[in-house]
Ligand binder design. Structure first.
Ligand SMILES: C[S@@+](CC[C@H](N)C(=O)[O-])C[C@H]1O[C@@H](n2cnc3c(N)ncnc32)[C@H](O)[C@@H]1O
Length: 217
């Protein structure tokens, strides 16, 4: 992002830096700028993949600024690559009683400490199931959930139909080069562009932001 891109409150940025998560600062600032732009539509900003609240903080700050709300969906049991023995596993977010991942307590602490709880509706559930019962129109859809084709496609097909005309679709971990990472997010990004229903508005590292300019998937 260049020029006079909006920036989050200093406390939000500090909380973002302190939170567990995978998004670097420059992508976070680009996500924030997109969320502020989308917030001007006066519609909720939707995130798939809350994890410990790192990116949610930015959507919540943008929602506060725009007078709207951030809705974030996660089953809080972690993606494939976050399970024990995998590259992104964090033993600090395992439920000690059940021995399974549970990022919800950390997520809640992140939002509470940043004073942003009142701008967030956290939905605990599987993205396609939540999308199937979701009735409203959204100003933004930010896809950062499961990174398999099944999950990325489910997120895309579940949530894009709820995105308002002029709304923004942000996709994280878009890697054109397979050497950089899995390509399911890249494939839904390509699909969105090929549909003719989206135009690209920003590229920041692996974060892509697209604007809805037509109907279709
Ligand atoms: C990469 S992390 C999200 C990171 C977060 N956006 C951030 O920047 O801090 C992916 C999250 O998606 C969640 N997830 C994966 N598949 C999901 C699904 N089908 N439905 C809901 N949540 C899912 C996982 O539990 C995990 O917390």
């Amino acid at each position: 992002m260049q020029g006079h891109a909006p920036t989050p409150a200093e406390e939000t940025l500090d909380a973002f830096e302190a939170a567990k998560g995978f998004m670097p600062r420059d992508e976070g600032l680009a996500l924030y700028a997109a969320a502020v732009e989308a917030g001007a539509l006066g519609l909720p900003l939707l995130e798939v993949g809350s994890y410990c609240g790192r990116s949610t903080l930015l959507l919540a700050d943008a929602a506060r600024r725009s007078g709207t709300v951030a809705v974030t969906v996660d089953h809080h049991r972690g993606s494939e690559e976050q399970q024990p023995g995998w590259e992104y596993h964090d033993p600090e977010v395992v439920d000690p009683e059940l021995g399974v991942m549970d990022t919800l307590p950390t997520f809640r602490r992140t939002l509470h400490r940043a004073g942003l709880e009142d701008r967030v509706i956290a939905v605990v559930g599987r993205s396609p199931q939540v999308a199937a019962v979701w009735g409203g129109t959204l100003g933004m859809v930010f896809v950062d959930g499961g990174h398999t084709d099944e999950h990325a496609t489910g997120d895309y097909e579940g949530w894009v139909p709820h995105l308002a005309p002029g709304g923004l679709l942000a996709i994280h971990d878009v890697f054109p080069d397979p050497a950089d990472g899995g390509r399911a997010p890249y494939r839904i990004y390509r699909r969105a562009l090929a549909s003719g229903a989206f135009e690209e508005t920003s590229v920041t590292r692996s974060l892509r932001v697209l604007r809805r300019i037509g109907q279709g998937l």
